[in-house]
Write a protein that binds this ligand. Sequence first.
Ligand SMILES: CC(C)(COP(=O)(O)OP(=O)(O)OC[C@H]1O[C@@H](n2cnc3c(N)ncnc32)[C@H](O)[C@@H]1OP(=O)(O)O)[C@@H](O)C(=O)NCCC(=O)NCCS
Length: 135
Amino acid sequence: MALDRAVSASPWSEQVLAPYLRSSSADTHVALVLEVAGELAGFLFYTRLLDEANIDNLAVAQDHQGKGCATALLAAGLREMSAGGLVRCLLEVRKSNVAARALYENNGFVVDGIRPRYYKTARGREDALLMSRRL
Ligand SMILES: CC(C)(COP(=O)(O)OP(=O)(O)OC[C@H]1O[C@@H](n2cnc3c(N)ncnc32)[C@H](O)[C@@H]1OP(=O)(O)O)[C@@H](O)C(=O)NCCC(=O)NCCS
């Protein structure tokens, strides 16, 4: 939660985060963590629904950004989804989130929809881009 709060535009509450860390919901909620020298450097949370995965949260600590951590987490996540028999991966991203959009586009995701004014911002609201790729 501290990492999420430090870097995310809309950090998660403990209630939203908890299922990803509970073994009883491991069939549907998955957490991948990246450690550097024994410290948490980033995480990727996704959910499984039927034969699809949804990336629900992905973040890298400020000190570790720009070094390929998100690329490594995403590659591990996509590999795991595919190995688990899932066929499509979806996600939502803020239109203004240039870094995340570039990460996803470089990894085969395409925009296939827009949710107008979906996210809150300091000054109002902004669109969500819906992106997906086959696994
Ligand atoms: C988006 C985020 C996860 C990227 O993590 P990262 O470890 O720095 O990313 P990587 O080093 O693996 O870089 C992957 C690609 O992202 C893009 N990227 C990363 N930082 C960028 C920046 N500041 N500006 C533009 N593109 C950027 C680049 O395309 C980069 O590939 P390249 O180095 O080959 O050009 C990180 O900035 C973050 O945690 N942001 C806050 C949380 C967030 O927005 N999560 C996404 C929610 S959908």
